[in-house]
Ligand binder design. Sequence first.
Ligand code: ATP
Ligand code: MG
Length: 422
Amino acid sequence: MRQSQLFTKIKKEVPSGEVAKNAQLLLQAGFIHKEMAGVYSFLPLGLRVIENIKQIIRKELNAAGCQEMCMTALQSKAIWEKTNRWSDDVVDNWFKTTLKNGTELGLAFTHEESIAQIMSNYVHSYKDLPFFAYQFQTKFRNELRAKSGIMRGREFLMKDLYSFHTDKKAHDEFYEKMKEVYMEIFRTLGLGDNTYLTMSSGEPFSKYSFEFQTISEAGEDTILFDKEKKVAINKDDFSDQIFIDFGLNKDEYNFEEAKSIEIGDIYSLGTKYSEALNLTYADAEGKNHPVFMGSYGIGISRVMGTIVEVCNDKNGMIWPEEVAPFAVHLVSLCVEDSDVAKVDALYQKLVDAGVSVLYDDRDLRPGQKFAESDIIGIPHRVIMSKKTMQDNSVEYIDRKAGNTEFLTADDVVRLTASWQSS
Ligand code: ATP
Ligand code: MG
């Protein structure tokens, strides 16, 4: 895409009134727009990142046999009353509204009730199980505080997956597999090194659940983690008793304490929702049983905010290749028509090779172009100027390492096409 056509512009200053680094940088670079506290729109660059994150997750979940669907945000009171989750005394972050005829509705903060209700239409016999269904959907939560930028929204994007099995044993096998699938997703997202599978308290089925916590000063949680053993426990749940519950010997671990961000979690739900919503199956003898459920969340917008928190330097953001809005930032410092034609030609070659390129074709001072390129944080920068053309070369800068190399235009096409496909 030609940058001259991008309607968003980069602001000189970090916007005031934002405390969270992720919101500061994303607003400054025009990735997001703040509608109000905790409510953000995704603009073209930001949406490209969101879509990349979704695609990485979609690929892993589909490979694990999960099916994508999409449920409604508007929810009827009746199904949530069945599980006792309609009352504001029980769930304190509902957004609720009413129809013109007075009927009360809720805006979904999660979807266990909704999916159990849907599946009761399709599950009849043990032969209909197991299966796994997920969605990417906007969730609404009337959060008390919204000071972590896009990491804690009142309207935010979540991936929620639900599993349906005949019994706990079958469920446990899938649950264990999902721990691996999640870690693989977080590795691909560039968060693998500082993300820990973290033991936490859990309701309704078991005493504990697992969270995926990424170590960051910007986090609202605190974990105790053992770097070597790759084990962590949420500090809220750290006591001699929740160790006994987890079946761990405290003395075997060398725990360090750190602030962290919960980017995902997995729960064994048991039969709480299936019993309440009549999601049952008949076994081989024709006897009815409630379906055993699990739920598995990832905060899509929180992941994006977390990547910004973890991957930045004093000059701006540094996107991991897999989620970057573009793979290459082609920065032209050329003004004469014959030179510009050469940059245009390289742009076209890259596009033809399937590389995603943001082409800074604007007539601006080099200093401003470089500063803005740093802020946007595209991993690979290619600069073409009169000077580089004299040597028949282009200047290549790795945004993360900061090192410069001089390459031929053909090298750039070959290299960037291989980054894109790897
Ligand atoms: P938290 O403890 O941070 O409030 P939660 O445990 O209530 O989160 P879940 O219901 O487990 O959240 O939601 C699944 C995932 O959705 C979380 O692991 C997190 O990544 C993300 N998430 C939850 N609340 C928000 C929010 N307000 N804004 C953005 N992402 C969120
Ligand atoms: Mg959670």
